[in-house]
Design a protein. Structure first.
Length: 208
């Protein structure tokens, strides 16, 4: 079941307001899309067949507009992040220096459809941003200029034990709802191959 575009538009506006836009392109940093709709221009080698058959016609190397997700992600909403296209991949995506890459698929632990939600999207995004800030500080040995913002990811409820316990319960509930018992946010694959350190959570059913 696909949510109405109005619902998705409202969530995407909130994500834009919360996390801003790219200063060069003006595109929102995070957005939610429908897996069946997304297309991209990709350079590669393609085998052509007679439409509706398995009769081989030719092999062509060129730039084509191809489906982005629907070959392996079916009828799901996807949270994406705008990243720089690494130099070694720019020949594959020749139309742009930036690309939206999948951050999370809205589905349960067995692959069933889940509706997109702003609180779930924020949970995923904030976890990635926190990991990115901490990783930068560990690599450079220096405090990140984003460190003042880190507090809101770690302990937005304050410093009292009661507030910490409440926050932990809130996080545990969201982790259970999104990931189930056998996985967790920190157990997902964090890829820093996108755009020189950009961190993404690769959905378990996403194939390169």
């Amino acid at each position: 079941m696909r949510e109405t575009q109005t619902i998705v538009d409202v969530i995407n506006k909130s994500l834009k307001d919360l996390y801003s836009t790219d200063i060069v392109t003006g595109l929102p940093i995070f957005r939610i899309v429908w897996s069946e709709d997304e297309m991209e221009k990709r350079y590669g080698t393609f085998d052509d067949f007679l439409p509706g058959t398995q009769i081989f016609l030719r092999t062509v190397t060129e730039t084509r507009e191809v489906p982005k997700y629907r070959q392996w992600i079916h009828n799901k909403h996807i949270l994406e992040r705008l990243v720089l296209v690494p130099e070694f991949q720019q020949h594959e995506l020749p139309s742009s220096k930036v690309s939206y890459e999948p951050l999370w698929v809205f589905e349960d632990r067995v692959g069933n459809y889940l509706p997109p939600r702003l609180d779930a999207a924020k949970f995923i995004i904030d976890g990635v941003l926190e990991a990115q800030i901490v990783n930068t500080m560990m690599i450079t040995g220096k405090e990140s200029q984003d460190k003042p913002n880190l507090a809101r990811y770690i302990d937005p409820e304050g410093t009292t034990e009661g507030a910490k316990a409440f926050r932990k319960q809130e996080i545990d509930g969201m982790v259970e709802e999104l990931f189930g018992d056998e996985t967790g946010l920190m157990g997902q694959t964090l890829s820093r191959s996108q755009g020189g350190g950009q961190a993404i959570i690769v959905p378990h059913n996403y194939k390169d």
